[in-house]
Design a protein around this ligand. Sequence first.
Ligand SMILES: Nc1ncnc2c1ncn2[C@@H]1O[C@H](COP(=O)(O)OP(=O)(O)OP(=O)(O)O)[C@@H](O)[C@H]1O
Ligand SMILES: [Mg+2]
Length: 176
Amino acid sequence: MTESITMRTEGQKERVTQRGLTLWLTGAEETMRLGRSFGNVAARGSVLLMRGGLGAGKTTFVRGFAEGLDCREDVQSPTFTYVLEYLSGRLPLYHLDLYRLADEAVGELDWLDEYLFGEGVAVVEWSEYLGGYAPEDALFIHFMASEERDRRLVTISAAGHTACEVFAAWVSEWSS
Ligand SMILES: Nc1ncnc2c1ncn2[C@@H]1O[C@H](COP(=O)(O)OP(=O)(O)OP(=O)(O)O)[C@@H](O)[C@H]1O
Ligand SMILES: [Mg+2]
């Protein structure tokens, strides 16, 4: 871990809490381990909004995440289906990939809320395409490539009550 920031601001009606952290990951196995650690602590209703270019490591993270949830299925990339469900783990896992949405209207996806505000955990690749439909209570995971082929700079932050609780649990999990 290279840096850690904690910010708390008092909203007018409710307390808004944000937390964040940046770390380097070397090799796909380390990204899997990051995913696994989040899968271990994710709660019902957790939403993980991922960003990062092609090949940045998003699906690799989800593979680890599914393991952390004890899913038995192999994670595939849902690029051509928008969403794949994995139901064999501790909580239902909804894996969304909105890459092909780039030129379409996200508002026309009437099934979206079912996953983003559902009974399971939603992890979203290319979450930037959600625009204003992105849940406010969410974890944000941004993967950035580096000059070294196997290294990624990853920024993790959380906003909202539920996501911040999961974030705090994850910090203990990751540093243990
Ligand atoms: N530190 C790393 N973290 C994650 N992946 C890495 C890392 N180093 C190398 N890789 C490799 O980079 C590729 C990442 O592919 P992955 O499918 O996870 O990317 P993605 O972000 O889901 O891409 P896409 O936007 O096309 O879906 C894999 O081949 C993986 O082995
Ligand atoms: Mg992918």
